[in-house]
Ligand binder design. Structure first.
Ligand SMILES: [Zn+2]
Length: 266
C-alpha cells in the first residue's frame, strides 16, 4: 500500500477566475493503481510527467475516483483509457437531473457526462472500493461530494469537502452548492474519521486526538509572466497574495461555524 500526492492542492485564486489547482493523488493498493481526482485542463502535462516519474504509464491506471463533478477535479479523464471512473450516485443525479443549474453552480461541465458514462461506476454512501479503502460522503460543497479514506493510515482524501485548512480550522464551510448544514456536518465527519486530511486545494495536514492540526508540507507553485518585462509594471499587476491567503492558519480543528455563500472557488 502506498499513497502519494502527484499534484499538490494550492489555495489560490485570481481576479480572472478560479485557477482550480486541486490535489491529485496516486494510490497503489490491492494490486491496483488508483487516481483520486484528475485535475484541471492546465494540469494535463504535469499530470502525465508526474505519473511517469512514478514509473506509471497513464494507460495503466485501473481506477479513477472522482470526488465530485467540478471541472477542476475531473478533466483529463481521457488520459486514462482503461480506468473505471467512480462517482457517487448522488453526484450523478446532481449532474444529469439539473440540480447544479438550480443551485447556480457554474463549475459542472455536464455536457461531458455522456462521454464518461460508459466507464462510470456508481456507488452510494459508504462503500468499500478496495480492501482498506472506503468512500466517505462529505456532502455540502456539492450534494454528492465524496471523500476516500485509506483506513490503514487514516488518510482522508477530502476533495472539496475540505477545500483548505484555513476554512476547516475556522469551521467555515467551503462554497456550498448543496446543503450548508451538510457541509459543516461533513467537517465533523472528517474530523472523526481522519488522522491525515488531503484537502481539495491545500497541503495535507495531520489531526491530533486533541483536535490540533499540523501541516505536513507547504506545496509551492510559481506564476510566470511571459510578456515583455516592462509591461508588467504598466499593467498595474498586483501579483502576490491576497488578504485571505495571508491570514494566519488557525491551529484548532473546527467545532461549529458559519457557512458562506458560493461566492468563489470551485
Ligand atoms: Zn469543487
Amino acid at each position: 500500500m502506498d499513497w502519494k500526492i502527484l499534484l499538490p492542492g494550492i489555495p489560490v485564486g485570481s481576479s480572472r477566475g478560479a485557477l482550480g489547482w486541486c490535489s491529485v493523488s496516486l494510490l497503489r493498493l490491492a494490486g491496483k493503481l488508483l487516481l483520486v481526482d484528475t485535475g484541471s485542463y492546465g494540469d494535463r502535462g504535469q499530470l502525465v510527467s508526474r505519473l511517469r516519474e512514478e514509473g506509471v504509464n497513464p494507460a495503466d491506471i485501473d481506477m479513477v475516483f472522482l470526488s465530485h463533478f467540478h471541472y477542476d477535479h475531473m478533466l483529463n479523464f481521457d488520459l486514462f483509457p482503461k480506468a473505471d471512473l467512480y462517482l457517487s450516485e448522488r453526484e450523478r443525479h446532481y449532474v444529469v437531473n439539473g440540480g447544479f443549474q438550480a443551485a447556480g453552480d457554474p463549475y459542472v461541465p455536464a455536457v461531458l457526462y455522456p462521454l464518461l458514462e460508459p466507464r462510470i461506476r456508481l456507488f452510494s454512501g459508504e462503500h468499500s472500493l478496495l480492501p482498506g479503502l472506503r468512500t466517505i460522503p462529505l456532502p455540502g460543497h456539492t450534494p454528492g461530494m465524496t471523500g476516500l479514506l485509506l483506513e490503514e493510515v487514516g488518510v482522508l482524501f477530502a476533495g472539496d469537502g475540505i477545500k483548505n485548512g484555513r476554512e476547516f480550522a475556522a469551521g467555515v464551510a467551503p462554497p456550498v452548492f448543496g446543503d450548508p448544514n451538510e457541509a459543516l456536518a461533513s467537517y465533523q465527519q472528517a474530523a472523526a474519521r481522519a488522522r491525515i486530511v488531503v484537502p481539495g486545494h491545500d497541503s495535507p495536514f495531520r489531526l491530533s486526538e486533541a483536535g490540533e492540526m499540523e501541516y505536513l508540507g507547504n506545496a509551492q507553485a510559481e506564476i510566470v509572466w511571459g510578456g515583455e518585462p516592462e509591461r508588467l509594471g504598466k499593467m498595474g499587476w498586483r501579483g502576490g497574495i491576497t488578504a485571505a491567503a495571508q491570514a494566519e492558519t488557525p491551529a484548532a480543528v473546527p467545532g461549529r461555524g458559519e457557512s458562506r455563500p458560493p461566492d468563489r472557488g470551485d
